[in-house]
Design a protein around this ligand. Structure first.
Ligand code: SF4
Ligand code: SF4
Length: 300
């Protein structure tokens, strides 16, 4: 039976589309944005997250690990990530929450069991289900099956995507998708490559194709200091999308550092440590610039 690799299911989400929603986060993304707030969603594989500040040095993980990847010396826990095979045995024994596994293989039925718990809330709020990530296009077969089941239950469906994939994949998902939320981060292909690891050519082409489908489309721009936080750059994006007839609105989202602790838990340096969140005033100013071309611009 087909399974998807899910790293979170967030109930009562209110920022991932209209109404009250359940957001399903799928592992895997083709971009490497250095400011990513969900680093545990990037790789399409299970990963161990270690929070040493929660460790009570009980030694349970040391006993069960077949790779001797956990050591406790003088009360200090050392996790040797290089030895780890991500089997998850240590996570099961850690009751302190110091060890967690990012990514759980789930069937569509298992995900739907969670999703359907809140069906009455979707109905009263015009909410539904959103697939996010990572990027749901990476596990497109599973996403397709999940979206189809959601529609068979009469639920409103949305996807959050960077759209950096073959058009045929997006086209397939659109069959059971009511709303697309898509990121555009920069209009310059070389800057885009420098800050995300990939050029924006395919992304912009797919945005134009999405505009032709007539499906409701929300364009989101993460505002990243030193990358795209000038009026010139935001206006360039607003100009690009201004003719999209299916554009519901353009949304500017301020950078924040909420993902920092997760980088450390994954054994990674935090690449955005030199950045601070843009102020409310700055966000409003950028929104005013965008409104010259897209009156329905909002700050998220
Ligand atoms: S996931 Fe498995 S191999 Fe990795 S540290 Fe835990 S028990 Fe050891
Ligand atoms: S099982 Fe958890 S709390 Fe116990 S030593 Fe391992 S990481 Fe620390």
């Amino acid at each position: 039976m087909m399974k998807g690799l899910i790293f979170d299911i967030k109930r009562f989400a209110v920022h991932d589309g209209p109404g009250i929603r359940t957001t399903v986060f799928l592992k895997g993304c083709s971009l490497r944005c250095f400011w990513c707030q969900n680093p545990e969603g990037i790789n399409y594989k299970q990963e161990i997250m270690f929070y040493p500040e929660r460790c009570i040095a009980c030694g349970h993980c040391v006993s069960v690990c077949p790779q001797n990847a956990h050591l406790i010396k003088s009360g200090v826990h050392i996790y040797l990530r290089d030895r780890c095979l991500e089997c998850g045995k240590c996570v099961e024994t850690c009751h302190a929450g110091a060890l967690q596994i990012a990514g759980k293989w789930m069937t569509v039925d298992e995900v739907m069991k969670v999703v359907l718990m809140d069906k009455k809330f979707y109905e009263v709020s015009n909410g539904g289900v959103t697939l996010s990530g990572g990027d749901p296009v990476v596990q497109h077969d599973f996403s397709y099956a999940l979206l189809r089941r959601c529609k068979s239950e009469g639920l409103h469906t949305g996807i959050e995507t960077a759209a950096n994939c073959q058009w045929e994949i997006i086209e397939k998902l659109l069959e059971f998708t009511d709303l697309i939320m898509m990121d555009i981060k920069h209009m310059d292909p070389e800057v885009h490559r420098r800050v995300t690891g990939v050029t924006n050519r395919l992304i912009l082409k797919n945005a134009e194709r999405l505009a032709e489908t007539g499906k409701p489309l929300i364009i989101r721009v993460p505002i990243i200091p030193t990358v795209n936080d000038t009026a010139e750059q935001i206006e360039a994006i607003a100009k690009f999308v201004q003719s999209f007839k299916n554009l519901v609105y353009l949304e500017l989202l301020p950078f924040h550092r909420l993902g920092e602790g997760k980088y450390k838990a994954l054994g990674l340096d935090y690449p955005a440590s030199h950045l601070t969140s843009p102020s409310k005033e700055k966000m409003q100013k950028l929104a005013e610039s965008a409104k010259k071309f897209v009156p329905n611009t909002r700050v998220g």
